[in-house]
Design a protein around this ligand. Structure first.
Ligand code: HPA
Length: 270
């Protein structure tokens, strides 16, 4: 594993002409931010040694380097989900590479199902915290030297970045919600009873990604800021049917607001 990480990081470093300190993971239907990256150059996952290849519709599968908000960044268009059959080590391989490339801050985004009754479709939820419901832990196995055996998780999502996001949202008149993201394995969407259960357990939104990536990023000392786009609702009143197409459509409509917040945080952070 360690050799693979080194090999991939060296391959990228040999080809990189910028030194990003910021990485962005674009979730389902949230790839539009990529078109706002200037001075860009990119690598298809298929061309990067040891990189898994994304299989889901709406996930292009490339690493895009360039500028956003006046800073060097790298964006992952397409991520690896546990439900696709990847191991947790594969799901979080990109965060290991980010660490090797010198990334200090990670922006994560995802599409998720809203369970908080005050949420509506298209809302942006700033992730304050998460609950890990994946059946396997990304740090299972011998400890990696990037962090401690028992990593602290009391501030998985950086409080200062959350505060800055709130200021930006208010200034720009963008409505944002806050909440706890529940990470589940999927690929089924939840039954009405499951949505209710995750709500009772303290969740505001539920989705099939993000948590493993955030855990590994934190283990590497990378700061994290996350936004969930609420693409469907579950768990209260009448159960509504969910489809991947609807999720993509709602995400697509919300992405300009999400991009604006990401861009401004990047512009205003050091
Ligand atoms: N549940 C799980 N994952 C999701 C959902 C959901 O309702 N919406 C988008 N991703």
């Amino acid at each position: 594993m360690y050799e693979k990480i080194q090999e991939t990081a060296s391959w990228l470093k040999e080809r990189m002409t910028t030194s990003p300190k910021t990485a962005i993971i674009l979730g389902t239907g949230l790839g539009q931010l990529a078109s706002e990256i200037t001075d860009s150059y990119e690598f298809s996952y298929a061309d990067i040694p040891n990189f898994p290849v994304s299989t889901v519709e709406g996930h292009a599968g490339k690493l895009i380097f360039g500028k956003l908000g006046g800073k060097d960044i790298v964006a992952m268009e397409g991520r690896f989900h546990f439900y696709e059959g990847y191991s947790m080590k594969e799901v979080t391989f990109p965060e290991r590479i980010m660490y090797e490339l010198g990334i200090k801050t990670l922006f994560v985004s995802n599409a998720s199902g809203g369970m908080n009754p005050s949420f509506k479709i298209g809302d942006l939820m700033i992730i304050n915290d998460h609950i890990n419901f994946f059946p396997e832990h990304p740090l299972h196995g011998p400890n990696f030297p990037t962090g401690p055996r028992f990593p602290d998780m009391h501030e998985a999502y950086d409080h200062q970045l959350i505060k800055l996001a709130d200021e930006i949202a208010q200034e720009k008149g963008i409505e944002v919600k806050h909440g706890v993201y529940v990470g589940v394995q999927g690929p089924t969407f939840e039954t009405p009873a499951e949505y209710r259960m995750y709500r009772i357990l303290g969740g505001d939104a539920v989705g099939m990604s993000t948590v493993p990536e955030v855990i590994v990023a934190r283990h590497c000392g990378i700061k994290v800021f996350g936004i969930s786009v609420i693409t469907d609702l579950g768990g209260f009143d009448v159960p509504v049917e969910v489809s991947h197409e609807e999720v993509q459509k709602a995400a697509n409509e919300a992405q300009p607001r999400m991009t604006e917040i990401f861009r401004e945080i990047i512009r205003r952070s050091e």
